[in-house]
Design a binder for this molecule. Structure first.
Ligand SMILES: NC(=O)c1ccc[n+]([C@@H]2O[C@H](COP(=O)([O-])OP(=O)(O)OC[C@H]3O[C@@H](n4cnc5c(N)ncnc54)[C@H](OP(=O)(O)O)[C@@H]3O)[C@@H](O)[C@H]2O)c1
Length: 320
């Protein structure tokens, strides 16, 4: 059984366990997404950045056409890329996303990062934070304008909920001073090596739910910031292994349930059907207070998805 949270304002059900779609090839994506839905996932986390939205849409369409799921039973997420923060670009870029997915609305649209880079054509493949000349160029568009355009998408019935990703408390505090529609979600890097207890508590106290990404920490990163390079791989950390043995579950299930059992949504990606199934099976066992305490004790404030030169190609301390 999948557990749900209820989002603020709309009361929409959002599953505590969803499926991430980053770093899946375009060729593999339709099948992977279809198999994920067939395995029981009802939340699909995507983004224009991932370059496979069209194929995510194909996987969803096949599952709906085969009667595995109805559109209204799915919770589909996409994200506004940093180059499209201006009022007009938000709408243009969102239209591309909606067309890619082949849907007439999405359940949640997030601002992917809290800053704007120079505008590009949203129908072309995204080159990341750097422009085609490999430069990092900021755009003079305030989040205030971007959020207003996100709210307009809700008013138009195109998006049910709106939210933020990679924002810190300072930027959320500012946004809350003018938001007509409060963010429903904050999506952030969150795992035992980066267990942001104060952030979680405050964000939740504002009625904003949290989606954790990179639940397996450094396990899944090809390159990590130099300051974190000494850390053992989280997935095979002795504490994680020991807790997994105690509950007769695999290490991935322990890292995911650590968040999910604290009412934080997780969005693991796997191209392997057997892992899709175990990653979804997080409520057939319960971590006890001692397990949670031990996992929290692994926190060393280590952030792996950090825009530093060796991960994103530029240096911007957005989380500081
Ligand atoms: N908002 C943001 O800025 C942001 C940033 C990063 C990610 N995200 C979202 O979060 C999702 C998840 O994060 P992520 O892609 O960084 O990493 P992840 O889903 O935490 O990890 C994916 C990797 O772990 C492997 N894996 C999956 N389940 C496993 C298990 N049970 N045991 C061992 N290995 C396992 C997968 O390999 P196999 O496929 O071979 O199983 C894959 O290589 C993304 O897909 C994306 O939707 C959002």
């Amino acid at each position: 059984m999948t557990n749900f949270l209820n989002l603020n304002r709309t009361g929409d059900n959002i599953p505590l366990v969803g499926f991430g779609t980053a770093r899946i090839t375009q060729e593999a994506t339709p099948d992977v997404v279809y198999t994920a839905i067939k395995s029981g996932y009802r939340l699909i986390d995507g983004a224009l950045l991932y370059g496979n939205e069209t194929q995510v849409g194909q996987g969803i369409k096949r599952a709906i056409d085969e009667g595995i799921v109805k559109r209204e039973e799915l919770f589909v997420i996409s994200k506004l890329w940093a180059s499209f923060h201006s009022k007009d670009d938000v709408r243009r870029s969102f239209n591309v996303t909606l067309g890619n997915l082949g849907l007439d609305y999405i359940d949640l649209y997030l601002i992917h990062f809290p800053f704007a880079t120079e505008s590009v054509d949203p129908s072309l493949p995204i080159t990341g934070f750097l422009n085609k000349d490999n430069n990092f160029v900021l755009q003079r568009t305030p989040i205030h304008e971007t959020w207003g355009a996100m709210e307009n998408l809700v008013d138009a019935g195109l998006v049910r909920n709106i939210g933020l990703s990679n924002f810190n408390v300072q930027s959320i505090l500012d946004l809350l001073t003018y938001a007509r529609i409060k963010p429903a979600i904050l999506e952030i890097e969150l795992h035992p090596y980066l267990w942001q207890e104060r952030l979680i508590t405050w964000v939740k106290s504002q009625g904003i739910d949290i989606i954790a990404y990179a639940s397996f920490g450094n396990t899944v990163f090809d390159e990590v910031p130099p300051a974190t390079a000494h850390l053992p791989i989280l997935m095979t950390h002795p504490t994680v292994k020991e807790i997994a043995q105690k509950h007769n579950r695999n290490n991935g299930q322990i890292l995911l349930s650590f968040a999910a059992q604290q009412n934080i949504i997780v969005i693991p990606k796997s191209a392997q059907e057997s892992r899709m199934k175990t990653n979804l099976d997080l409520f057939s066992f319960k971590l006890d207070a001692d397990d949670i305490k031990q996992l929290k004790a692994l926190n060393v404030h280590a952030r792996f998805s950090d825009p530093v030169p060796n991960t994103y190609g530029f240096d911007l301390p957005i989380f500081e």
